[in-house]
Design a protein around this ligand. Sequence first.
Ligand code: SAH
Ligand code: MG
Length: 192
Amino acid sequence: MVHIRQLETYAEEHNIPIMQKEGIEFLLEYIEKNNIHTILEIGTAIGYSAIRMALLSKQIKVVSIERDENRFSMAVQNVHDFHLEDQITLLFEDAMHTELSETFDLIFIDAAKSQYIPFFEKFKKNLNPNGVIISDNLSFHGLVETNEEIKSRNVRGIVRKIKNYIQFLKENEEFETTFYKLGDGVGVSKKK
Ligand code: SAH
Ligand code: MG
């Protein structure tokens, strides 16, 4: 695979939840406008968003964490195919166990929805003073905003966790969050 379009098709065919078009476009534009150079991504999947971010500029460096072995292996292959090994560092771990000492301009949280609060708390120390934490899937296919009854117990649980996370962001003393209803719902959190 050497074209972005091929990654999108692969993800669609294999049900890999890569960022939606509007969401990724917003993220890329945000990175460019705000002169972001260093990025920590939690949730690599097959490397789609990491590759898109790295392709913006040679100066951009991405560290991305993935705990699923198959997806991680595909991401390694894809990063290789795009010749982005110098810009993208892939870590095969559960992000809850990752300890990093470096700091980043952007931390992008796009992994297990049940862990968003712990991810936020764990990695905020890795943020540069003017850094930003961006979280994906705050709408969860529109289910967060809906009042309809959700049949699946599992999905209900995820939606409850996302609602808790949104509440956590709204009440946060340290960070101010702006919520955008694009893609699958994106939150941008900056230090107050
Ligand atoms: N950012 C990617 C999509 C990520 S999908 C893109 O837009 O291209 C979410 C991924 O997070 C899944 O592949 C899942 O395996 C991974 N994940 C979930 N919880 C994780 C954790 N605790 N640590 C590392 N990876 C995790
Ligand atoms: Mg996502």
